[in-house]
Every structure is written in C-alpha cells, then in structure tokens.
Design a protein around this ligand. Structure first.
Ligand SMILES: Cc1cc2nc3c(=O)[nH]c(=O)nc-3n(C[C@H](O)[C@H](O)[C@H](O)COP(=O)(O)OP(=O)(O)OC[C@H]3O[C@@H](n4cnc5c(N)ncnc54)[C@H](O)[C@@H]3O)c2cc1C
Length: 347
C-alpha cells in the first residue's frame, strides 16, 4: 500500500507541460496496479490552480500546492524546500516527478533530506503482487536494469517521452496550500532572464517524428576536391524545415566549430548524439555523412527505425547499426528528398 505523490511545477501560464502529464500518466497507472494505494498531487509554482483544474479528474485524493512568486523560477533552494514540504504533507511513500533538468537536479537532494532514495532517468514502472519495480538504463543506455527498493520514500524521476501523457476532463479542484518555511538564504539566487534561440532557429525538437543527424562528412572535400559547406547547410536546414525534423550531430562535426573550421551555423554541442552526447527518442532517424561509430550510435538506442546515407559501403551503419543503409552521395539524396518534401507540402 503506497501513497503516491505526483510532484510537478506549473508553467508560467499556469498550465502543466507534457513531461508532467506523462509522469501523471505513470503515477495513475501505478496507483491502479498497487491495490490500496492512493494518488496525491503536489504542484509548485506562482499559480497552480489552473494546472490543478486541468487534471481535476485524474482520481487524486488530494491536491496540494506550494504557491507564490518564490516558487516561479527554477531555483534549487526554493524548489527543494517546496518538494520537501509537499512530500511531508502528503506522507508520501513514493514520489514521481518528470525527469526535467529542474527536477533532476533538485529531487535527489530532497530524497536525502527525507531519508529516502532517488532514481533518475526511469523509463518504465510496473507492479506485481504489491511490489513496485522500475526500469532504467545504465552505461549510456547499453544495459537495462529492473530495480526494486524497500527504502521509503522512493523518489522516481520519469524520463520524458517514455510514458503516455495523461488525458482527461478538466474540473474544479479544492487546492490545499501547504506552508513552506523559506528563510532569506533560500532566495539569494535570482533569475534575471531567459536566453533561448528564436523559434525558427530552434533545431532540437523532442516531439519530432524524424531525427536528422549530420556527420563530419558534410564538411569534407567532395568528388570535385572542394568542400561545400554552404550547400550542406542549406540542404540540412531545408530538410529540418520541410520535415519538421530535429537535428542531431556527430561529435566530430560539432567539435570542428571549436577548432575554428567552417561548420553549420545552427549546430551546437547540444545537438550531439552519443556516448558523450544525448540519447533522444524519435520514431525515425536518418544519419547523413556520419560514419556510424559505436560511441555515436549508442545514442541511437531509442530511435525505432534507423536509416543512414554514406558513400562508404563499409561504414559502421553497414554492420547492423542501421535498418537501411543507402550507399550514395548525401548531397544528391538530400537535394532530391527536399524536392519531394516541398512538392508534398505544396500538394
Ligand atoms: C570516449 C569517446 C566518446 C565519444 N562520444 C561520442 C558521441 O557522444 N557522439 C559522437 O558522435 N561521437 C563520439 N565519439 C567520437 C566517435 O568515435 C566518432 O569519431 C565520431 O562520431 C565520428 O563522426 P563522423 O561520423 O561525423 O565523422 P567521420 O568519421 O569523419 O565520418 C564522416 C563520414 O562521412 C561520409 N561522407 C563524406 N562525404 C559524404 C557524402 N557526400 N555522402 C555520404 N557520405 C559522405 C564518409 O564516408 C564518412 O563515413 C566519441 C569517441 C570517444 C573516444
């Protein structure tokens, strides 16, 4: 019998973001599969009533809130104090939260304050005979483990994209505001602004159907003995725009920027996929001008259908790392792909 607390922050407009709704979906499924358990919602933010109302019919027995301007920004000291207060008010034995950068950095510390344990990057939850298990990946997604714990409270950070988001009717909720003791020392850090790329310069789109990966080959000398970086830039950017794809990169290509060589203007280290990069989740992936080496392809673990274009028939993709390998010139293939995408968009 568990008391499951779903912990999440409201967005600036008072709503709940998709990762929070996914964690709620997991919390609800877990409550249903652990007989005698109950679900409590704990929300943190400047205003949380709209967020609570949007999930009014999720079946929670209580809606708690840590509310006010102090809880608007992502700030360790105030987020940790709020999470601790909500967990204690709910008498939670299991705490689920979205594994966003905000909660990943705060909740392990909260687990320590509560005498509990925390697991980050959880990709699956299940329960049988009253015992809760989680799944998570280790060693850069090369090994999957099933973990059970007796220690409570157990803080579980659910990786975005791994669970279906909760959907249901809105309603009106009676929110219980939980007082949080906040000494001045908790408020020393202030957020003075947010810097982010303009919407059309945003190349990382976690919800995209397609991940397009660019490798260092795009900057190499081609058949005519010259590099064609400007052409490469246009082909990749057009494909991103037309297919609404997300952009990934190999390490070699993003590193070239640091070495002062001509590279794609819209590429940063945040685009890097792999062992020292990210492991995004997309239904499809297309690698272009990228060799398909192990430290790179380890980041493709959660790409369901993998394709690659490479001039080299002996590249890494040919060794079982891609479902389909096109042995072809990526400049020619992507130019034709973009023509077809544009024709489709116009049709
Ligand atoms: C500890 C460690 C961690 C690492 N972590 C990462 C990581 O997280 N992510 C990562 O990406 N790498 C990582 N690496 C580096 C990795 O091993 C590779 O060196 C790197 O991924 C290679 O990048 P690339 O395939 O873009 O470049 P290259 O190896 O230079 O390959 C370029 C490819 O482009 C092809 N090509 C050229 N022109 C064309 C054309 N016109 N059409 C089609 N194909 C063409 C070539 O045939 C070639 O196969 C790591 C390495 C180490 C040691």
């Amino acid at each position: 019998m568990e008391t499951i607390l779903l912990l999440a922050n409201s967005e600036a407009d008072g709503s709940l973001a998709k990762p929070a709704l996914e964690a709620l979906g997991a919390a609800k499924a877990l409550t249903a599969s652990l007989p005698g358990s109950k679900l409590v919602i704990g929300l943190i933010g400047q205003t949380v009533q709209p967020a609570a109302d949007s999930i009014a019919t999720c079946g929670a027995t209580a809606f708690l809130g840590a509310v006010g301007a102090d809880f608007a920004p992502s700030r360790y000291a105030t987020d940790a104090a709020a999470a601790e207060a909500l967990a204690k008010a709910a008498q939670a034995t299991v705490i689920l939260a979205p594994a966003t950068s905000r909660w990943n950095r705060v909740l392990p510390g909260v687990a320590q304050r509560l005498g509990g344990r925390a697991d980050t990057h959880v990709a699956g939850l299940s329960a049988s005979n009253g015992t809760l298990s989680i799944n998570r990946w280790y060693y850069r997604q090369r090994m999957e483990a099933v973990v059970q714990r007796t220690q409570r409270p157990w803080v579980i950070l659910v990786d975005p994209g791994t669970q279906p988001a909760w959907q249901g009717e809105r309603g009106t909720v009676t929110l219980q505001v939980v007082p949080v003791n906040l000494p001045e020392s908790c408020k020393r850090t202030t957020v003075v602004g947010v810097r982010e790329p303009a919407a059309d310069a945003q190349t990382i789109r976690p919800d995209a159907t397609l991940l397009l990966v660019a490798g260092a080959g795009w900057t190499k000398k081609q058949a005519d003995g010259q590099p064609h970086v400007k052409d490469a830039e246009k082909l990749i950017f057009d494909c991103l725009k037309l297919a609404r794809a997300s952009l990934g990169s190999s390490k070699s290509l993003v590193d070239l920027g640091g070495e002062g060589q001509a590279v794609l203007a819209f590429l940063t280290h945040l685009n890097q996929i792999g062992q020292t990069g990210s492991t995004p989740r997309h239904p499809k992936g297309l690698a272009t001008c990228c060799h398909g080496e192990e430290p790179h392809t380890v980041g493709w673990r959660f790409i369901n259908e993998r394709r690659a274009i490479n001039l080299d028939p002996n590249c890494g993709w040919a060794r079982g790392k891609a479902d389909v390998l096109y042995v072809a010139d990526a400049f020619a293939v992507m130019s034709r792909v973009n023509q077809l995408l544009a024709a489709n968009a116009g049709a």
